[in-house]
Each structure stands twice: as C-alpha cells, then as structure tokens.
Design a protein around this ligand. Structure first.
Ligand code: XMP
Ligand code: MG
Length: 174
C-alpha cells in the first residue's frame, strides 16, 4: 500500500449522495440490487443501508481478471442470480469500472432476461472506461488510471477489508 486515495469519510459522504439520487429516481419502484462479487460487497452493504426505501439484494460473480491487473475481456459467470428477474428494476452495483468490458457484457446478459429496467451504480470509474460505451447512471468517484485496493477491492485477495481506498505501489504488482 502506498497512500490513501479516498478516505472512509469521503466514501460515506459519497454513498449518502448516491443513495439520495437513487431514492428520488426509484420513488415509485423497488430496485433489485445486483452486487457483483466480490469487490462490490462493502459498497453494496453500505449503499443498501443508506437507501431510505426498501430494496432486495442479489449477487453475481463473474471472472475476467484472476489475480492479474489487466482485463482479459473474457467473462465467465461463476455464480448466477438465484431468481427470475423478469419485470424487475435491476440496479447493478459495481465496485469499479476499468475498461468497461465486464460491465458491458453483464448489461447484455441481464437485459436478455427481460427486466423492466437495468441501471448501474459504480463506486469508482477509471478514465479508460470511456473507450467502451457503457451507460452508467451513478458514479461515485472518477479516479486516475492506477491500481487501487481497499473497501472490497483486492490485489490477489488481499486488502478488501481496508475501510478506505488506497493506491497500490506499482512495485507490488509490476
Ligand atoms: P473492466 O476492465 O472489465 O474491469 O471494467 C472491471 C473489474 O476489474 C477489476 N479491477 C480492479 N480491481 N483494483 C482492483 O482491485 C483496481 O484498480 C481495478 N481495476 C479493475 C474489478 O474486479 C472490476 O470489477
Ligand atoms: Mg479483483
């Protein structure tokens, strides 16, 4: 770990802002939160508690990264949803959008299941994400193109438990 990029307090403030927007947008609907394991776990649990309206939770696990730090573009479902989402208002909860490849694949996959709507909330977005056109309605922080860890994000399964987002020293993964 090198330095804190986003403090625990700043994460909390941002989640409250996102939750207020989501509350307003979903005033007449109950969103089905679909968390993408494992990175979104912390964000999902804090976001769900910050929403003032009820929501239900589902989880999916996809693989595109392994323990390396560059996107392969190949996505595999490791754990699928536990239920039918026909007619539901899905809100995908993502930790970070890097190339956007994982998310664009996931959006297509979920849209094919005939939900009423699919939107995305991502805590973090890197600049490379602009290369793949993925509509993301709610973004917490735009961050520089550096590998980050903490608050659910890992390097080789470590650092997920940090309460803040930190930069990883390039020497750790280079
Ligand atoms: P793509 O490139 O498909 O990748 O948008 C999204 C997934 O890649 C992982 N990812 C990271 N994980 N620190 C991490 O711990 C990072 O800086 C980082 N960048 C991308 C993450 O699993 C995300 O869902
Ligand atoms: Mg990872």
């Amino acid at each position: 770990m090198e330095a804190t990029l986003i403090s625990a307090d700043d994460i909390k403030t941002k989640i409250d802002e996102l939750a207020a927007r989501i509350d307003a947008d979903y005033a007449d609907r109950e969103p089905l939160l679909v968390g993408v394991l494992k990175g979104a776990v912390m964000f999902m649990s804090d976001l769900a508690r910050a929403l003032s309206r009820p929501s239900e939770m589902e989880f999916m696990a996809c693989s595109s990264y392994g323990s390396s730090t560059t996107s392969s573009g190949v996505v595999r479902i490791l754990k699928d949803l536990d239920r039918d989402v026909t007619g539901r208002d899905i809100l995908i909860v993502e930790d970070i959008i890097d190339s956007g490849l994982t998310l664009s694949w996931l959006l297509k996959n979920l849209q094919a299941r005939n939900p009423r709507s699919v939107e995305v909330v991502a805590l973090l977005r890197k600049p490379d994400a602009v290369k793949v056109q993925v509509p993301v309605k709610y973004v917490g922080f735009e961050i520089p193109n550096e590998f980050v860890v903490g608050y659910g994000l890992d390097y080789a399964e470590r650092y997920r438990d940090l309460p803040y987002i930190g930069r990883l020293k390039p020497s750790v993964y280079a």
